[in-house]
Design a protein around this ligand. Structure first.
Ligand code: FAD
Length: 283
């Protein structure tokens, strides 16, 4: 039942499912980032177990010559229990990624965790041997994001820009979609103009059109940035961008703890509820 429900947005329950899907996405000319699903853990042992899956992923990516990196949530690495534990695990993963020629993207969670996530990523990146092997996510709905992006660029840290997926109060985030969209365009331009390779994560054609036209005007070639989209969302648009010569990375989640991820995807687009329900009724 869970499998059938989540299948639209989740590659499968096992690591092998994720690798199989990653290979097929690579064959379609797109890069991948792999997310082993799971959020807040309740013990250090669980955090280490979650990290082990990512270590296994990094080895498998290298063995299979996949064009894939990993996306990690710090709460899954024990952030809520002990920030030092999460930092130690993030450091270990980044060491492993560096050693295997790979990269760790730290996903961004809800706003009480923004500062601590930034601090951890910055400290890991400050280690000269790890520089460039860790990146972060910035959410355009937060008022603070322009200042954060400027600092991250100064620190040489790669950013994935998204609109933001959590329910946030008006004290910290733009309540109106129009303001979030305007900020997304503004922040994406700051990123595009920087000398660092960033990711623009969105399925919004208006955001994508604005980025393309800005890049063209400023002679920023498509090889200097990438678009990122979620597995199962706007596959038509993913293919179109590849055909036009843009870099596209697909975010592929997998694992048994699919429920919160799945619910966020449904909440983003109520039509998805109907879509999933129809598919459930089909044989
Ligand atoms: C690669 C990637 C990584 C992400 N990482 C994070 C993260 O670390 N932290 C975080 O807070 N958020 C993250 N997000 C989620 C993001 O913040 C948004 O919630 C999500 O991408 C929807 O915003 P949008 O830019 O697509 O625009 P929206 O304005 O929400 O949607 C624009 C259009 O895109 C299509 N669309 C959007 N979502 C869906 C969907 N679920 N199903 C079907 N169609 C859809 C619809 O056509 C919609 O009209 C990530 C998103 C992506 C693509």
């Amino acid at each position: 039942m869970g499998n059938k429900l989540s299948g639209r947005f989740v590659a499968g329950m096992e690591l092998a499912d994720a690798l199989r899907v990653a290979e097929s996405v690579n064959k379609q000319g797109m890069f991948v980032t792999l997310d082993s699903l799971g959020e807040s853990v309740s013990s250090a042992a669980e955090a280490h177990k979650a990290a082990d899956v990512y270590h296994e992923l990094l080895d498998s990516i290298r063995e299979r010559h996949l064009d894939a990196n990993i996306s990690v949530k710090l709460t899954q690495m024990g952030l809520a229990l002990d920030p030092e534990l999460a930092e130690a695990i993030a450091t270990n993963l980044t060491e492993h990624a560096k050693y295997t020629g790979n990269f760790v993207r730290i996903d961004m969670e809800d706003s009480p965790l923004t500062q601590v996530t930034l601090d951890i990523v910055r400290r890991v990146n400050e280690r000269p041997d790890l520089r460039g092997a860790i990146g972060i996510v910035i959410q355009a709905y937060l008022y603070r994001s322009q200042a954060d992006i400027e600092q991250l660029i100064a620190d040489g840290i790669r950013v994935r820009l998204c609109k933001g997926a959590y329910k946030e109060p008006a004290e910290v985030a733009f309540p109106r979609k129009a303001d979030v969209d305007a900020n997304y365009i503004k922040l994406s331009q700051t990123l595009l103009e920087s000398p660092i390779y960033h990711g623009l994560a969105t399925h919004d054609e208006a955001m994508i059109a604005a980025a393309k036209s800005f890049a063209k005007k400023r002679d920023i070639t498509p090889s200097r940035f990438e678009f990122q989209m979620l597995y199962g969302v706007r596959r038509d648009l993913q293919r179109k961008l590849v055909a036009e010569g843009y870099n596209v990375r697909v975010y592929i989640p997998f694992g048994r703890e699919w429920y919160p991820y799945f619910m966020r995807r449904l909440a983003e687009r109520p039509a998805n509820v109907l879509f999933i329900a129809k598919n459930m009724l089909r044989k």
